[in-house]
Design a protein around this ligand. Structure first.
Ligand SMILES: CC(C)(COP(=O)(O)OP(=O)(O)OC[C@H]1O[C@@H](n2cnc3c(N)ncnc32)[C@H](O)[C@@H]1OP(=O)(O)O)[C@@H](O)C(=O)NCCC(=O)NCCS
Length: 191
């Protein structure tokens, strides 16, 4: 299994994924992530001030079980999003699975290709460096952007469950997706 002491730096043409740097990233990420639309289907609320953003980023950068990245624009050097994956779990049958992933990108970057670049980098790292067999993701069916983004990358729906979203006070369908190296390589993301 890989050594997770250091978060790997992943680079592509327009973005870099690097370890979250709380004091540097928090002011910019607060400005971008205070838009409630980003949080509608995430289980979080929009931050009320920069200190809340600092607290959240610190929490994610310190959770032992996840690998968390800040998505940085190469053009500005500033944060435009976050991406984290659960560390791989090895099962008795030998399969290695990442049970969850979560990503957010600033609204002005939606559908501009930044998330596609980020996903390619993360999946390349997971499948080709960590040698995982599957990555799983859970999203609300109403989160059309996320459902479409996952399916575009090769994720396949394998289970739906009705669950309460306490924040909204209503029941919604949670979709459980999974992707293998093969479905990723054959996906529209890789065309
Ligand atoms: C979900 C999210 C990360 C998607 O990022 P994005 O930049 O908008 O979308 P992607 O670049 O990943 O989309 C890839 C492809 O999926 C499809 N797609 C994505 N959103 C779509 C939509 N609303 N309608 C139709 N197709 C869509 C398109 O084929 C798209 O490729 P294209 O832009 O070249 O046409 C972004 O909307 C976001 O941060 N949302 C708020 C946080 C969130 O809900 N996170 C996910 C749950 S943890």
């Amino acid at each position: 299994m890989a050594n997770f002491d250091k978060t790997p730096i992943l680079n592509s043409e327009r973005i870099t994924l690097r370890e979250i740097n709380v004091p540097v990233d928090a002011p910019e990420w607060y400005k971008l992530s205070k838009d409630p639309e980003i949080h509608k289907w995430t289980g979080n609320n929009a931050p009320g001030n920069v200190w809340e953003t600092r607290k959240n980023l610190k929490k994610y950068s310190e959770i032992e079980q996840i690998i968390s990245w800040a998505i940085i624009s190469n053009e500005t050097g500033k944060i435009i999003g976050t991406y984290w994956v659960w560390k791989p779990i090895e099962y008795p049958d030998g399969s290695v699975i990442i049970p969850a992933e979560v990503e957010r990108i600033a609204k002005h970057c939606w559908r501009k290709g930044y998330m596609k670049e980020a996903r390619k980098l993360v999946y390349d790292y997971c499948f080709n460096t960590l040698n995982v067999n599957e990555i799983h993701a859970q999203v609300w069916k109403d989160n059309v952007n996320s459902v479409k983004s996952l399916e575009h990358a090769g994720h396949v729906l394998y289970k739906e469950e009705k669950k309460l979203i306490e924040q909204l006070g209503s029941y919604h369908i949670e979709c459980n997706y999974k992707i293998t190296r093969e479905t990723w390589l054959n996906s529209r993301l890789m065309k």
